[in-house]
Design a protein around this ligand. Structure first.
Ligand SMILES: CCCCCCCCCCCCC/C=C/[C@@H](O)[C@H](CO[C@@H]1O[C@H](CO)[C@@H](O)[C@H](O)[C@H]1O)NC(=O)CCCCCCCCCCCCCCCCC
Length: 530
């Protein structure tokens, strides 16, 4: 009996010791994970592995945001928009920006200093064709600028990923209605033809459009982007129709005339936030799905699967009918157009920065616009960290979920290149010590790695935004996204590497996250850099 009692006590004691050790271990691991990532969530555990062989790392900029040299090109819609008082937070313009027009050699040197495989930049349409209409003339000095930039990249063995349209439409084309005018698809094809013919042998990947959603929604429906139209209910849908046709026209031209000679690839860059339903109810899961369909599906579905998503076609039609109009606010594609647009991609470019919580909510907005058509409420969880941009809350696990969603939604997606990912701050004075950006890249890149290794998504490249601080659209120079600090007040617009640049270089050098110890060493080095 006594023996039994002792055994029982011993067992209780052992159980207590085991449970004590287990609790301490979990707490220690939890704290370590929290310290490494800033967020103690399951998705934020660091996964140690390398990116697959052949994976490419790069960094991006866009013409209006960095080039300056405005007097050496034709006028574009961002010149007009930024020179109109009240449109830009600090009243600034991109007239000078980072002056990459003169500093392009430094830019290439800085890309090389990070050890990167490619540089993503965009061509300014009005620098090549001042009025946007090719029959009205081509600028030799414009051609010369991009030839010099491409030659320099070649010298440094850095691949070029070139965006044809990153929001800076020639003003004269805007005067004809911009992307609401379907004939712009032909003007875009002529411009693309000139680019393919002139620069094609030196370009590995072409991106037709950067974030057409922002062009359409920000530029033509809400109005916080150039050209600043507020066409509620129709702006996004009408311009999406022209842009999709323009994209397909450029893709098909390359496929027919250039691919066999130049061996490049053509894709489009779509942007998307992950949509996390607030709970598991059907209503909220459906709402999250609608968020994604309206965000990315409106572009991806016609290109990958053919035509607009059914839920968008049906909803917009019934909402338009309910207002007493017969013809849907969403344009209808003919079968020929559906076939023409379908399949026009060699890869899918994805820009992703943040996540939204999504909940079903019936919309009663009389304006009946793009957001209202979705019948939902999208918001940031208050517990998520903030950044220098009100819309950007770092949520690293969101990109992994989004990549997986794309894989399942579009089984024929071929390959994904993350063409932008990054975070902003608003430092009061010069600081190269951007620890939150270091955390951001660590956690987002690690989630991309998990999407590849665990979820088996075919992501073949990653692009950090941005090479250096630059003109951040409606926010002017108030928000900084660069891995290099830009001294805008100096005539030479000096660029200086930030701690995040050093950290990204480490990941690129070792092609991933080799071990916990290596990561800790990098973080210490980054800390000492500050
Ligand atoms: C006219 C005012 C109307 C106000 C209506 C506000 C509605 C805001 C809706 C929220 C929009 C969130 C937009 C976020 C979009 C991002 O997905 C997108 C990502 O783009 C890529 O990322 C890089 C970083 O942004 C970018 O540099 C890169 O080029 C691009 O590929 N980002 C953007 O589109 C940038 C713009 C966001 C700006 C949204 C807020 C606009 C609020 C207007 C403030 C102007 C204040 C003027 C004050 C004047 C005072 C005299």
């Amino acid at each position: 009996m006594e023996e039994l009692f002792n055994l029982c006590c011993l067992n209780v004691l052992l159980r207590n010791v085991r449970s004590f050790i287990f609790t301490v271990t979990i707490l220690t691991l939890g704290t370590a994970v929290f310290m490494l990532n800033g967020l103690p969530s399951e998705y934020d555990k660091i996964y140690f592995d390398q990116f697959p062989a052949g994976f490419r790392f790069g960094i991006a900029t866009a013409s209006y945001q960095v080039e300056g040299g405005a007097s050496h090109r034709g006028k574009n819609i961002w010149d007009t928009f930024s020179h109109t008082p009240g449109n830009i937070e600090d009243g600034s313009t991109g007239d000078e920006a980072c002056d990459s027009f003169r500093n392009y050699e430094t830019d290439v040197k800085n890309v090389a200093a990070l050890g990167l495989d490619f540089y993503r930049f965009s061509i300014s349409w009005s620098r090549l064709i001042p009025t946007g209409v090719i029959s009205e003339g081509i600028s030799e000095s414009g051609l010369d600028y991009y030839h010099k930039l491409l030659n320099k990249l070649e010298e440094e063995k850095i691949e070029a990923m070139v965006t044809l349209y990153h929001w800076d439409l020639p003003q004269k084309l805007q005067d004809y209605g911009g992307w609401t005018n379907v004939s712009l698809a032909e003007r875009f094809q002529e411009y693309a033809d000139l680019c393919f013919k002139s620069f094609g042998p030196k370009v590995k990947r072409w991106i037709t459009f950067n974030e057409p959603r922002e062009t359409s929604l920000g530029g033509y429906e809400i109005g916080y982007m150039a050209p600043g139209y507020k066409l509620h209910g129709t702006g996004t849908y009408n311009t999406s129709y022209t842009i999709l046709r323009a994209h397909a026209a450029a893709y098909r031209l390359y496929a027919e005339r250039y691919r066999n000679l130049q061996f490049g690839e053509v894709g489009i860059t779509l942007n998307c936030d992950w949509a996390q339903p607030v709970d598991n109810s059907v209503a909220n899961r459906d709402a999250a799905d609608r968020f994604l369909q309206w965000y990315i599906g409106i572009w991806a579905h016609p290109i990958l699967l053919g035509d607009y998503p059914a839920v968008i076609k049906e909803t917009v039609k019934s909402k338009t009918n309910a207002k007493g109009f017969r013809k849907s606010r969403l344009p209808e594609f003919s079968q020929d157009e559906i076939d023409y647009i379908k399949g026009t991609f060699d890869f899918l470019g994805l820009n992703s920065y943040t996540t939204r919580m999504v909940q079903y909510k019936q919309c009663s907005d009389e304006d009946d616009h793009y957001n209202c058509d979705q019948d939902l409420r999208a918001f940031a969880d208050p517990s998520w960290p903030t950044s220098g941009s009100s819309w950007l809350r770092p949520v690293p696990w969101g990109i992994r979920k989004l990549l997986s969603w794309i894989k399942h939604q579009y089984p024929n997606y071929r390959e994904i290149v993350v063409t932008e990912n990054g975070v902003s701050d608003r430092p009061e004075s010069v600081t190269l010590c951007d620890q939150p950006r270091v955390n951001f890249f660590q956690n987002y890149l690690n989630n991309v790695l998990m999407a590849i290794r665990i979820d088996e998504v075919n992501v073949v490249g990653y692009t950090a935004w941005s090479l250096m601080d630059n003109f951040e659209w409606a926010h002017g120079y108030t928000e900084r996204f660069g891995l290099f600090w830009t001294s805008f007040d100096r005539p030479d617009k000096l660029r200086t590497m930030k701690a995040s640049g050093l950290f990204y270089k480490k990941i690129v050098e070792s092609r991933g996250f080799p071990s916990k110890q290596t990561l800790l060493d990098w973080l210490e080095e980054v800390d000492n850099y500050c």
